[in-house]
Each structure stands twice: as C-alpha cells, then as structure tokens.
Design a protein around this ligand. Structure first.
Ligand code: ADP
Ligand code: MG
Length: 700
C-alpha cells in the first residue's frame, strides 16, 4: 500500500492506484464508468439519507427507515428450505431487541461472531418492521461503529451511490471521502464570478464537498443547484456557440420577400384562410430567408395543423426569387400526396412540381433529374430518391424535410448538400415538449403550430378490452353503412417486419371473411412492394375500399377525409406519440370521428397511457405526459435519442434551471461570441475539454 500513496493523488490518477483500490476493485469501478480519481468526484449520490440521529428501537412503530446503534449479542443461520438460508443477528439497543436478517448470506454469521466476541457495537440502517417486542430489519446496511465517532455512514446525511456488484456503499463512501480530501484543492472554478453571483451559485469545490457529504439539507440543495446549473449551462453554451456560428459564418441566400404579396399569392391559390399559427410560422420563415443568414428552422405542429401550407409558402418565397425548392418525405405515399396537393395549388401560377420517387421508370427519372439539373423545374417533391447521387439542382435555395423524425441527421444533411447552402426547414408532427426541444434542437429556431384549422370535429376516443372487439366492429359497421370508411391497425411487432406482415395478413383474412364479408377490405403492410402499397392507398382514398387493414405504414401524414373511424388492435404496444399519429388519420373531414383503442394493459403505466389518449387530443399535452411517464430516454427511443449525457440534472425536475441556463448561455455568447475575453478563459477551456471531438477549435 505504501508505495501507492507515495506519489500525490491528482484528478487524473487511475483508480487502480488510489489507496484502497487494487486491480480487482478498479475493474469493478470501471463498470460504473469510473476510471480516475476525478471520475469519483463526479459520481454523484443517487440519494441521501438522513442519518443524523440514532433512533431508539423501543420507540419504533414499524415501517420507518432508521439508523440504529446496538450491540450484537448472538447470531445463527437456519435453512428453512433448500436454496434459502436465513442468517439472524440479535442486537441490544438500550434494552430493546433488534433482529437483523440476511437472506442467503451465511458468511454474515462469521462476521458477526467476531463483533460479538469483540463486543463491538454496530450502526445499522434500514426499514424497521415490528413484530411484538422485536424490531426486525431485513438486509440492513450496516458497519461497525467508528470509535472516533466520525463514521461516514451514520450520524450524518449519508450519500447513497449508484453501485455495482462487489462494490459496497461503505467502500464508495470511503473512496469519495479520500479523493475529496486529496483532490478538492486541485479543482479549478470554471464559472466566472459574475455568473456565479448573478445566478446565486456556490463555488465548485464547496459544491462537490457538499454533494457527497452535506452538512445540512440546505447545503445539499445549494450544491445540487450549482452542479445542475453547470451541467445544463455547458450544454447550452455549446448550442449557443453552434448557433452563433451558423448565423454569422454561414451566409445564407438573401431572398426578397414581401409578406403582403406573398399573402396575396397564397390567398389566390388556397381555398381557405390561413390560421394565425400558420401566418406566424410563415412570417418567421420569411424573416429568416430575407435576413442574409442561413435559415435552420423546425416547424412543430400537431397532426393536421397544416404544415404543408407552411411548406408551400416557403416554396413560393423561394421560387419567386428564382431558386429551386425540394421537399423530402419519408414514404412514397406521402411524397405523392404532397406532390398532388402542391401541383394542384401551384398550377394556376404555371409552376410544375416534379415527383422523384424510387418506383418511377428509369426513363421518367432521367427526365425529372434533367429538368432539375437544368433549372427548368423549380420544385421537387420526393422520397430518399431525392438524395441519390444522380440528383442535382441548378440552384437549390430551400430544402424541406417533412416528418423529420423519420430521417437521420445524415439524410437531412444530404439533401441540403444538393445545393450551395440552401435554407433548411424541417417539419415534425411529433410534438416534443419544450424542455427536450431546448436540448435536442437547441441550435434550431422553432416555430410552433399550436392551432388547428377551424371546423375540425374532435375525435372521440374510447378504450375497450379486446374481449369487446365484436361490439366495436358492429359499431364501425354503422358508420360504414353511412358511407364512411374505417382503418383497422394491426398489432405492432417491433422485432420483425416479416412477422408483422404475417399477422397483418391473418387479421385481414379474419376481417375480410368473417367480420365484413359484404365490404370491400384492403390490406397494407411494409413488406408489400411500393407500387402495390400505393395502389391500395389510392384505392382507399378513392373509396374503392371501405376498410383498410394496415400496419403502422399509414401512420404518417395520409389524408383521407372520408375515413371516420380507426380501430387500433393491441393499442398498449404502441408509444403514445405513435397512437396520436395514428389517431390523426381520422377527423380530417366534416364527419364526427372515432378512435377505438383495443387493449388490456397489465401495468398501471399502460393503463395511464390509455387514459391519456382518451382524455386529450392535444399532441403537446400527450407528449408532456408521455415524457413524465417514461422519462426522456424512453420517450425519444434509444435509436434516435441524441440526448446529452446528464449526470445530475434532470430534464423534467430541473426544467426551470434549464431555461435559466439557456438565457445565461445565449446572453454570454451574444456579448462574447468567441469566449475570448479573459474572464471567460476558464469557460472556454472547460468546454474544450468536454467537446474535444466537436470541432470547437473553429470558435477561435
Ligand atoms: P399536417 O400538419 O398534419 O401535415 P396537413 O398540412 O396535411 O397537416 O393539413 C391537414 C389538412 O388541413 C389538409 O387537408 C389541409 O388542406 C387542411 N388545412 C390546412 N390549413 C388549413 C387552414 N388554414 N384552414 C382549413 N384547412 C386547412
Ligand atoms: Mg404532414
């Protein structure tokens, strides 16, 4: 041991060389992602327990979490049945009996025998249960009473750490305590004094000391506030710098836009007045595109809020300036639908809309590509086909990505690379709570369409047990006989599209032959060739089909106003956002519409989710509740989370601090966009350490 303490501990010392840690423990700590002494300081407690006072066993009723001190008197192990051993140790707490119980830890017997022989009192922490005269604590945390009285685990507010196998709380406490003693003086304060003062933040050293070993709960709060602030602040600072770079370094094409004239052209082509929210979004886009800087804007709008019209306005501004516009959608059906809508509206202005999708013939593709390359056509709508290598534009001025959550970042970039710094507009119908927008899209400007066009009939949502499905089909039949159409959505099978297709075919069989033999029923799933899918979709749209049995391929954007009921099988398997999207397939016309969720969720969370759907049709509220229920990681799905790694801050609980840091960071970057003033040196260095891989060098 002695040679390990011979050289002084620094923040970068590998844990293996820290006193009390060897290769084995170091390996276990590595599982917690702890590699250096400094990592331990940032291994924040999961919670804290108030162990400032010892309880007295005689006064306990049972149920309370307590810290006790007692003298071990006896210990024994029994084996009530094979595979289960019980070790019980009896303590004397000033005349009252306390029984400690361990399951399948027979070695505790040896440990306690020694303590009994040595007459060494122990400190115990756990939940008390009372049975008669005896207080029992199962699987207690415990340690021998420290003779100096300076125990890390008792008589104080005690940290409880995220732990792993083979690492006890007691060990983590000894380690953090040791590293704090040795390394705290080596820690530099990254936040400038004005900032700390302005936002009432204590110093980092004090915060680290108190986050592990707070003297009072007030001290703990102050420490936590400081560390949460710091974590959010650096994230926002990074985003603010990114955005600043985008706005200044990258010159955008300056369009000349007269909002008045634009509105005149829009009113001339649109059969309805724009909503206030649409007008606001369009004005924001116009201001971006005429600023001389690059536009990077996200339009968030609930299903049916009319994002396509906002896209149309942006396209008009672009073509009126002689530039080309491209709109990319995630599916062929959707691309086609957009092309049809836009072509119909733009025809009077003698504008041609090109459709670029995979299922075109080679010849057709070549012709489309030719007209885009020469600039003869100004508007392209398509799928991924738009970002194929062969596609080029004469002068792309605007790239629009619809339903952006379906695309990866690279695909989005690929579209804008088709031009020389075109403006970028991304649209999403998956409402994202504000807290997440701030962290995920902090470098984008956001327009929110928080208003539906007037005259929409609310969608009535019911949640029914699967056992009621026949009644549900019968109710739908009444709508069908009134001339309406119905969607029936098959259970989601995430693991395999093939299995999903099979189950869809089975459901289709049942619906077509047993439930609605007299109706025209169609089937749509992901394994069908695109042309066939499109055929089915078009037939449904033309009302050549009454019922469409489908997987989630209909989720995005399909518009069939005559469809007035959607029945979702095994609804509890879907995410709330997805259910909301699916529900948005109905209620698009003049008819009262219904959404029926067939589900028998087993968990309280599952039930809560069904109830949210029944209660509200507001996508933002659903998103908020979903986020509360599932937490940010689950909410966004691991696939595309892109969430920053937060060690202490909580996106939900600490959202006020998040908003505060956003203001602070954006103000700071406004004053000092390169962080080059002397009082920002520490900030700059800290940020550089965090983002070595993120081209921060270009800030200089
Ligand atoms: P989403 O935001 O889901 O993409 P869409 O752009 O598909 O919504 O619009 C949904 C429907 O609402 C379309 O049928 C569209 O024609 C209609 N719509 C859009 N804007 C308005 C408006 N201002 N007034 C009335 N109907 C509108
Ligand atoms: Mg849409």
């Amino acid at each position: 041991m002695s040679e390990k303490t011979a050289f002084p501990l620094t923040l970068d010392t590998p844990l293996q060389y820290v006193k009390g840690v060897g290769p084995l423990i170091a390996q276990r700590l590595a599982k917690l992602n702890l590699h250096t002494a400094g990592d331990l300081l940032r291994h924040y407690p999961r919670r804290w327990e108030d162990r400032t006072l010892f309880a007295h066993a005689a006064q306990l009723r049972g149920g309370e979490f307590v810290t006790l001190c007692g003298l071990p008197l006896s210990v024994s192990t029994t084996q009530p049945r094979p595979g289960l051993s019980l070790t019980k140790a009896l303590l004397d707490d000033q005349g009252a009996a306390v029984m400690l119980v361990w399951f399948n830890q027979p070695y505790m017997e040896q440990v306690f025998r020694k303590l009994i022989t040595a007459k060494h009192p122990v400190v115990v922490y756990g939940q008390a249960k009372r049975s008669g005269m005896i207080v029992e604590i199962q699987n207690p945390e415990w340690e021998p009473l420290d003779e100096t009285g300076d125990s890390l685990s008792s008589g104080r507010i005690t940290p409880v750490y995220p732990a792993t196998e083979g690492i006890t709380q007691a060990r983590l406490r000894r380690l953090t305590d040791h590293v704090l003693r040795e390394c705290l003086p080596l820690i530099d304060e990254p936040l400038p004094p004005e900032l700390r003062q302005r936002y009432r933040l204590i110093e980092l050293r004090e915060a680290l000391q108190n986050i592990h070993y707070p003297t009072t709960f007030e001290a703990l709060d102050a420490a936590r506030r400081r560390l949460v602030f710091e974590e959010f602040f650096f994230m926002q600072l990074y985003l603010a710098l990114q955005r600043h770079k985008l706005h200044t370094n990258s010159q955008g094409i300056r369009f000349h836009v007269s909002l008045e004239k634009l509105h005149q052209s829009l009113q001339a082509v649109l059969p309805f007045p724009l909503t206030k929210a649409q007008q606001r979004a369009i004005a924001e886009i116009a201001s971006d595109m005429s600023s001389g800087h690059l536009m990077n804007r996200l339009v968030q709008g609930d299903v049916g809020s009319g994002k396509t019209m906002v896209a149309l306005a942006a396209i008009l501004m672009t073509v009126q300036n002689g530039y080309q516009a491209a709109l990319m959608a995630p599916t062929e059906i959707l691309a086609q639908q957009h092309a049809i809508v836009l072509q119909r509206l733009l025809a009077p202005l003698h504008l041609r809309v090109e459709l670029a999708i995979g299922s075109l013939s080679k010849r057709e593709k070549q012709e489309v590509y030719e007209r885009l390359r020469t600039g003869e056509s100004l508007i392209a709508v398509g799928t991924h086909a738009l970002i194929q290598e062969e596609v080029g534009f004469a002068r792309l001025g605007l790239a629009i990505i619809d339903e952006q959550h379906r695309f990866g970042v690279l695909q989005r970039r690929a579209l804008s690379r088709k031009g020389d710094q075109p403006h970028v507009l991304v649209m999403t119908a998956t409402p994202i709570p504000r807290t997440l927008t701030l962290t995920l899209y902090g470098d984008l400007d956001v327009s929110v369409l928080d208003e539906l066009p007037p005259g929409r009939k609310p969608i009535t949502t019911h949640w029914r047990s699967r056992s009621k499905r026949e009644q549900v089909y019968a109710a739908a039949e009444r709508l069908l006989s009134d001339g309406r159409q119905a969607y029936i959505v098959c259970p989601l099978i995430e693991e395999s599209e093939k299995l999903e297709a099979q189950s869809a075919a089975k459901l289709y069989d049942y619906i077509a032959n047993k439930v609605y033999p007299h109706r025209r029923v169609g089937l749509l799933h992901g394994q069908m060739p695109p042309s066939e899918k499109e055929q089915v979709m078009l037939r449904f749209k033309a009302h050549e089909l009454d019922v469409l049995v489908s997987t989630t391929v209909i989720e995005v954007g399909i518009d069939v106003p005559n469809a007035s009921i959607i029945i979702i099988e095994d609804a509890d398997r879907f995410g709330l956002a997805q259910l909301h999207q699916l529900r948005g397939r109905v209620g698009r016309g003049e008819y009262p519409s219904y959404c029926i969720l067939l589900a028998d969720p087993k968990t309280p969370e599952g039930k809560a989710r069904m109830e949210i759907m029944v209660k509200t049709c507001d996508g933002f509220r659903i998103a908020d509740e979903d986020l509360q229920l599932r937490g940010p990681g689950e909410f966004l799905g691991t696939k595309q989370s892109g969430l920053p790694n937060l060690h202490i801050a909580d996106l939900l609980a600490d959202r006020d601090v998040l908003v505060e840091t956003r203001t602070a960071a954006f103000e700071l970057v406004k004053q000092d966009p390169t962080l080059s003033s002397p009082q920002h040196r520490t900030l700059r260095e800290a940020l550089q350490r965090m983002h070595t891989h993120l081209e921060l060098a270009s800030v200089s």
